[in-house]
Design a protein around this ligand. Sequence first.
Ligand SMILES: C[S@@+](CC[C@H](N)C(=O)[O-])C[C@H]1O[C@@H](n2cnc3c(N)ncnc32)[C@H](O)[C@@H]1O
Length: 159
Amino acid sequence: MRNLAENNPGCNYIGVDIRDSYVRDALRVEPHLPNLHYVQANLTFNAAPVLDTLPKLVQSLSIMYPDPWFKPKHHKRRLMNVEFLGAIAPFVQQGAPLHFQTDSFDLFTEAEELLMNNPYFLRQVPDPTESPFATTTYFQRRTVHLESRNEFMLLALRS
Ligand SMILES: C[S@@+](CC[C@H](N)C(=O)[O-])C[C@H]1O[C@@H](n2cnc3c(N)ncnc32)[C@H](O)[C@@H]1O
């Protein structure tokens, strides 16, 4: 995110994670950039209150490597579901891209199904094969690339 914010000073970036320590570590990095902000929040329950603090509608949204919650009894904890999309939709500008990226094929197929069958976002085909970002996330560098895992991506536009 830092790279993106540095290279696109005209855009504001907000990173959200549930883990306090991740957000604190990110906030410690200097120099502070005026267009980069981090927020600690549980997006499953608080996506709308977080987005409601913004002065403008969101222009672009990226969900990068959300936790896969592999066990079937934990699937309900997965971030991407119709309730989450419904919660964020009012705060996202019409036509804005939602980029989803994962190393889990199971999560990918579930998100694919969701983005094909929801009233808020329209899945674009074909699926992207390359990340639209000229940078990589921490998880992507530390695990996906090191372990040569597959990456799956989806793009949808706010309808
Ligand atoms: C696999 S890591 C990916 C981290 C980062 N997006 C990246 O690509 O480097 C999944 C992240 O999702 C965060 N997370 C899990 N559940 C969440 C939730 N309900 N709301 C916000 N963040 C959550 C975790 O704390 C963890 O940092």
